[in-house]
Design a protein around this ligand. Structure first.
Ligand code: 3HC
Length: 719
């Protein structure tokens, strides 16, 4: 059975039903679109046909254009689809879309070209193209504002957030919402009624009655443009999109279509689009792990888990788990701590209710799944334990020894440590096959990444089950190997070090932070981040790295000085910045003597900083990070380079539109990265810092031989 088809059936009443099939989400692959176009022409030529209905197989209308086509060398030509949409909208016979599941991107655009849309309750309708670095390219920039009004249309496009069919009905996007069993019948009847003149036949491209008057429309677009420039200063495609909408508003739908087409072609040439498409597939490929998900094993469902420790991390993990329908035992060492832990979970839920992302009733029922405990009595019945106690090796070893006795022989024993070797944590047990790391990022109920750390003794089944748990709690799980800092913290270790080196070379911390946050697009610069995390934590983590990789570390004296002065960051009111009562950061003149002392102690006095522009600063700080990323790839710490891209985006806020760490390096060119690192290695040879910069073998090889650091990673190629 071919997987990309359109079936053509004509009912006795004269309705041609065009069913598109392309599992799993009926993506509009060019073959599907061509088949649809053929079927549409056939329907218009068929004397037995009075009207046309479009429907997606398996209760999904369509998730839009096939994104894998964008990953190909030759960008897809979408102009043919505009002709298809025009025929759908204005051909001799009326058309109706029967929408269930989802109509996203090109899927919604095809539905909007139909003369009416009937949808099932809960169906999702939206134009998420901006998340892929493009814009709606099948007429969506013109038809959506004409159906729902400019204000709503622009908002839907800029936020990329889909709406449900009930909201679509109110907004004018959907004409009727009916139960799934009645969908096709209702759509057919609407199509026949329009054909018979019993219902008006609307042509959405030419509708202007929903558009705001010109003056108001200009104001809406001006405001949206200012917002887009502010929110995503580096992104060009939202502005291209708004320009196309503006052309349509000022000069009519047909002119708008032309502008959309030109803008779409332009957006496709930008690196941002390539980077975002890469992240789209990379994010979905983390769930496929060589030797684990292809080993023929079945994941066991994690129905009941235990979380040890009700601090910030533990309570966040418990929150994420109960929200996913998992029963949680939250264990603490005394009643006071337990009450505080349960209180944190309640506060997490209350904040969701306040934001409107869940109802009070749903929060109450989630809370029913949480049970506090002070002992191990019920631990025989849990499928998975996540230990989130303080970072103390001896304590963790004792906990794991106790857990082995308290739990069933099948329970997975995991630790949320961010710094301690997983095998060391489980050293006092006799079940290394059941020991694994489940490294969450704070706040654990919000941050989307889960680093799953396997040792060489962890069983495949345990890795698979933990992956399943990660997906169940709606995290993106990335399986990594056991080493200091695992993948994320390890590759970001040189980030702070390189930034501190620049400080000691005489640069100002606020200039550096500006370059990294404003010019590059990180959520904040390295010094602001240090203040957020705390200089004490930074020093503690730093020690581990210095012990593990002595040949390539730089001692950041400034971090030691901040610790001595108890300038630990936000929590003490000052660090690199000073903080007001509302925790607003501002530069602090009192930092100056500490900086001077650090410069003196650094041994870098007299060395000219090899950077001048913001781009130099970015490269000086990030290229050592790329280098460490290459080591992590070469050592097999990540299953595939794309996993590192996803991890850096989701955990560190590396801009997705740069593609993640390794994709970014590939877009810049490994040769350029290695070239600069080599130059800096030479520059700092006298200061005995060549090791910090020297390209690792993997980077050096790719740079020399050509090719890509993330080679072999793309849609479906990750297994
Ligand atoms: N093209 C190709 N493959 C797609 C796809 C698309 N538009 N949408 C989803 N898929 C694939 C995924 O890669 C995944 O494949 P895998 O199982 O092999 O990894 C599979 O479908 C299932 O996807 P998810 O794992 O994401 O499943 P979910 O159920 O969590 O989500 C979804 C389903 C809401 C449809 C989500 O996949 C999604 O948001 N898809 C993208 C929608 C989108 O961005 N559409 C716009 C496309 S661009 C466009 O239309 C341009 C036009 O204007 C010209």
């Amino acid at each position: 059975m071919p997987t990309r088809t359109v079936t053509y059936d004509v009912t006795p009443e004269g309705v041609a039903v065009l069913t598109l099939t392309h599992p799993p989400v009926n993506a509009l692959h060019p073959e599907v679109l061509q088949a649809l176009f053929r079927a549409l022409r056939q329907a218009h030529a068929d004397a037995n046909v009075k009207a046309i209905v479009l429907v997606g197989a398996k209760d999904r209308f369509s998730a839009g254009f096939d994104v894998s086509e964008f990953a190909k060398a030759q960008p897809p030509d979408t102009t043919i689809n505009q002709h298809f949409c025009e025929l759908l909208e204005s051909g001799p016979k009326p058309s109706v879309a029967a929408v269930s599941g989802m109509a996203l991107g090109g899927g919604l655009e095809v539905a909007m070209a139909c003369n009416a849309r009937i949808a099932t309750p809960g169906a999702q309708l939206g134009l998420p193209e901006l998340t892929l670095g493009i814009l709606p390219g099948f007429g969506g920039t013109q038809r959506l504002p004409r159906l729902v009004g400019l204000q709503k249309g622009v908002q839907m496009i800029l936020t990329s957030k889909p709406i449900k069919s009930q909201e679509g009905l109110k907004a004018g996007l959907v004409d009727a919402v009916v139960e799934p069993g009645k969908l096709l019948q209702t759509a057919k009847q609407w199509a026949l009624d329009i054909a018979a003149g019993l219902r008006h036949r609307p042509f959405s491209l030419f509708r202007t009655n929903r558009l705001e008057p010109l003056g108001e429309a200009s104001m809406i677009l001006d405001f949206a443009t200012a917002q887009a420039e502010k929110r995503a200063a580096h992104l060009v495609h939202p502005l291209l999109c708004l320009d196309a909408i503006r052309t349509g508003v000022q000069s009519g739908g047909l002119a708008g279509l032309k502008a959309e087409n030109a803008a779409f072609s332009k957006a496709q040439t930008l690196d941002q689009h390539k980077a975002l498409v890469h992240i789209f597939f990379a994010q979905r490929s983390t769930k496929r792990v060589k030797g684990i998900t292809d080993a023929g094993l079945k994941p066991r469902s994690m129905k009941k888990i235990a979380v040890l420790g009700g601090g910030l991390m533990g309570s966040g993990i418990a929150t994420a788990s109960i929200l996913a329908g998992i029963d949680v035992l939250l264990k603490e060492i005394n009643q006071k701590f337990l009450d505080a832990g349960v209180g944190r979970v309640k506060a997490n839920l209350a904040s969701r209710v306040k934001k409107g992302s869940m109802t009070q009733q749903a929060a109450d029922s989630a809370l029913q799944r949480l049970k506090g405990t002070l002992d191990y009595n019920d631990f025989k019945s849990v499928d998975l334990v996540i230990e989130a106690a303080v970072e103390n090796v001896k304590l963790k070893q004792q906990i794991f020894a106790d857990l082995e006795k308290a739990c069933s022989p099948h329970t997975i024993l995991s630790t949320n440590t961010s710094t301690i070797d997983i095998s060391v944590v489980g050293a006092k047990t006799s079940c290394p096959d059941r020991i694994i790391g489940a490294h969450f990022f704070s706040p654990a109920h919000i941050m989307p990444l889960l680093e799953i750390v396997r040792t060489d003794k962890t069983s495949k089944q345990v890795v698979l089950d933990t992956l399943e748990y990660g997906s169940k709690i709606k995290k993106t799980p990335v399986v990594v190997g056991n080493c200091t800092g695992f993948a994320v913290n390890r590759v970001f270790f040189p980030y702070t070090q390189a930034a501190c080196m620049l400080l000691d070379l005489g640069l100002d911390p606020y200039t550096i932070d500006k370059a990294i946050a404003l010019a590059f697009g990180m959520p904040m610069g390295p010094f602001r981040l240090s203040d957020l995390v705390g200089a004490d934590i930074g020093m503690h983590v730093g020690k581990n790295f210095i012990e593990s990789f002595p040949e390539r570390v730089y001692t950041p004296h400034i971090i030691l000085a901040l610790n001595e002065q108890k300038r630990l960051g936000e929590k003490t009111g000052s660090g690199f910045y000073k903080f007001d009562a509302k925790r607003k950061a501002s530069p602090d003149a009192e930092l100056k003597p500490l900086l001077e002392a650090s410069r003196k102690a650094s041994g870098l006095a007299g060395i000219k900083p090899p950077v001048s522009s913001p781009q130099d600063i970015i490269e000086f700080i990030f290229f050592p990070v790329v280098n460490e990323g290459c080591r992590v790839i070469a050592e097999g710490i990540v299953d595939k380079p794309a996993d590192l891209d996803v991890a850096t985006v989701l955990a560190m806020g590396f801009p997705a539109y740069r593609g993640g760490l390794i994709k970014w390096a590939d877009l810049i060119g490994p040769k350029h990265v290695a070239g600069r690192l080599n130059a800096w290695a030479k520059h700092f040879e006298g200061a005995k810092l060549a090791g910090f910069f020297k390209p690792c073998d993997y980077l050096a090889k790719v740079a020399q031989e050509g090719g890509s650091l993330g080679a072999g990673v793309g849609p479906k190629s990750s297994l």
